[in-house]
Write a protein that binds this ligand. Structure first.
Ligand SMILES: [Zn+2]
Length: 262
């Protein structure tokens, strides 16, 4: 923080906001296929099928998505339009591996009776989550490095950016282990991933929402890296629970059913 910013909290807050938006623009673009030794450039691929699912939701080639915003100095989220070709995209696979893994999910209409296709939807939700964690970890590592360079943070000293970077890196590691155990190994062995699919058909409704997401219920590991507030105080954690994948397949395309994929 400069002397000028220290004397003016509003300037310091504006500088922090500027840094926040700068970090958000930094992306992670590498192929995360299996052992992550692929050197090809990642493409911007949809985590939700564009031609079949987003097509049911779009209006004038736009869909409504949650957007992070800063209003009156406070972080908030609100819904707003986004071009369908940008919606739900991530840069975690090269073109070849994206096609190899998700051709079945991308080229055929959704078939809730097709276990293999549902498995690919679930796999992609895990892939997207892993990419999101790696990307967030990279952003916080970059912020910590810059803060050290500017003398804002002392090297090898606990700080909010460094702790956040570690948290996201650990989360990415847990998703990677989960992905390896439940998807990569079975697929490489030519067997079915041990995934359960729960399908709920919502009758007589027009398509309204689609999600591709992997999340755990509770915490997936013991308290090795306590979650901390921005001021460094440890936060109380919930009781440990194992990770669970919840995968709901959308209604069949063209049948006027909601497309919900979690
Ligand atoms: Zn690749």
């Amino acid at each position: 923080m400069s002397t000028e910013q220290a004397a003016d909290p509003q300037k310091a807050a504006n500088a922090a906001l500027g840094k926040f938006f700068e970090l958000i623009k930094q992306g992670y673009s590498r192929c995360l296929h299996y052992n992550m030794d692929c050197k090809k450039d990642a493409i911007r691929a949809h985590s939700i099928q564009n031609n079949k699912v987003l097509d049911l939701l779009q209006r004038d080639n736009h869909v409504i998505v949650p957007k992070n915003k800063i209003i009156a100095g406070k972080a908030t989220a609100e819904f707003g339009p986004l071009g369908r070709h940008q919606a739900s995209t991530f840069t975690g696979l090269c073109a070849e591996h994206d096609t190899e893994l998700f051709k079945l999910a991308d080229t055929l209409p959704l078939d809730t009776g097709n276990k293999e296709q549902l498995n690919r939807y679930a796999y992609r939700a895990g892939m997207r989550e892993m990419h999101a964690c790696v990307e967030a970890g990279g952003r916080f590592f970059a912020l910590e490095a810059e803060n050290i360079k500017k003398g804002i943070t002392k090297p090898i000293t606990p700080n909010a950016a460094g702790i956040a970077a570690l948290e996201f890196s650990m989360r990415a590691w847990r998703v990677f282990r989960y992905r390896t155990k439940y998807f990569d190994k079975p697929i490489l062995a030519g067997t079915e991933p041990p995934v359960e699919h729960h399908i709920i058909d919502l009758e007589n409704q027009t398509p309204s929402v689609a999600v591709s997401s992997l999340f755990s219920v509770g915490q997936a590991q013991k308290k090795r890296y306590p979650r901390r507030d921005a001021d460094g105080r440890a936060r109380k954690r919930n009781q440990n629970h194992g990770p669970r994948l919840l995968c709901h397949g959308p209604g069949r395309c063209g049948e006027e059913r909601p497309a919900v994929s979690v």
